[in-house]
Design a protein around this ligand. Structure first.
Ligand SMILES: [Cu+2]
Length: 329
């Protein structure tokens, strides 16, 4: 039986990957990966400045509907924004109290003991996201690095929180009231045109259309029963799904690949973009500008049963863009 990991640990794994990869980006002098829509369909915009400590620029209240989300990221390490509806009866203050959690569950403590039997035993529920996490509406969002990056998302009426998606993030969560009649359909207008549709379910991605070098729009849809995200990284060298499985296996054991293991170094994976978690039945859109190469789509949302990131259940997909899987340096 695998040890469960907390949502905190899960997100820290995700962010650790993000940060280590950022270092790789700087070292490799890679081009910025942020992308914007060519056609924004005249959608109302939520423009958010992601700083070292805050998400700035969101209104306290907005009408339900489809929005162009624009992140202006000034943090070298990158950042991301998720929109999650709070469950019935939970206030923003309640959420913040929940996030703060018991002192023993500090990020440092969790990181110091990866893979260890930290936290309460299975069954007590303390090492799992709360039940409502798997039921509540999640409208997605996106992540990126210094620069401007966009997504198109649908916000339905309710009390929402815009946050980095994990406890202990540098940016404080922000409350957002979305007004309108409950059950109202946010998307009366035409759907954004997508070149590729990525469908997420337990536990995989399927692609309709072909990712090509250059600019394009990806529609990301969750048809599964649990929330899912699509975090996309580029591998500097070609990689197989078998190798990804081996890397994840080592990660789970807290080990690093042996020098002669003939495995790509995950620290060299370069984050490209992401559609942050979408709940069941939801769709979001992100623009990407891809260079030829090998890309990996992966989901780190914790599983409702095991608490482990979905990646460990096989929720990753290796995609070759363009004719050459291994671009020359
Ligand atoms: Cu998932």
């Amino acid at each position: 039986m695998m040890h469960r990991r907390s949502v905190l640990m899960t997100m820290m794994v995700s962010i650790a990957l993000l940060i280590t990869a950022t270092v790789g980006v700087a070292a490799q002098d890679a081009t910025p990966t942020g992308a914007t829509f060519v056609d924004t369909m005249g959608l109302p915009e939520l423009r958010v400045q992601v700083t070292n400590t805050a998400f700035e620029g969101l209104p306290a209240e907005t009408a339900a509907g489809r929005y162009l989300l624009t992140l202006e990221i000034t943090v070298a390490e990158g950042g991301g924004l998720n929109f999650m509806q709070l469950p019935e009866g939970m206030s923003f203050d309640d959420f913040m109290t929940l996030l703060a959690g018991p002192p023993a569950a500090s990020p440092e403590a969790m990181i110091a003991t990866p893979g260890a039997e930290a936290g309460p035993p299975e069954g007590e529920g303390g090492d799992q996201p709360p039940e409502w996490y798997f039921q509540t509406a999640m409208a997605g969002g996106t992540s990126g690095f210094a620069g401007t990056t966009q997504a198109i998302i649908d916000l339905t009426p309710g009390e929402w929180v815009a946050w980095a998606g994990y406890p202990g993030a540098p940016q404080a969560p922000v409350g957002l009231r979305v007004s309108g009649e409950a059950g109202a359909t946010p998307a009366a207008g035409a759907e954004p045109a997508a070149d590729v549709t990525v469908t997420m379910f337990e536990y995989d991605f399927s692609l309709e259309g072909t990712l090509a070098p250059g600019s394009q729009v990806i529609a990301v849809t969750n048809v599964g029963a649990q929330p899912h995200e699509m975090f996309m990284v580029r591998s500097p060298e070609s990689v197989t799904e078998e190798q990804i499985a081996q890397i994840l296996e080592l990660e789970m054991q807290g080990a690093t690949p042996a020098p002669d293991a003939d495995l790509p170094n995950p620290d060299e994976f370069i984050p490209v973009t992401g559609m942050t978690p979408l709940s069941t039945g939801r769709t979001g859109w992100i623009p990407v500008n891809l260079e030829p190469g090998t890309y990996i789509m992966v989901c780190f949302v914790p599983d409702i049963e095991s608490g482990m990131p979905h990646a460990f259940d096989g929720m990753y997909e290796v995609i070759t863009v363009g004719g050459e899987a291994t671009p020359t340096a």
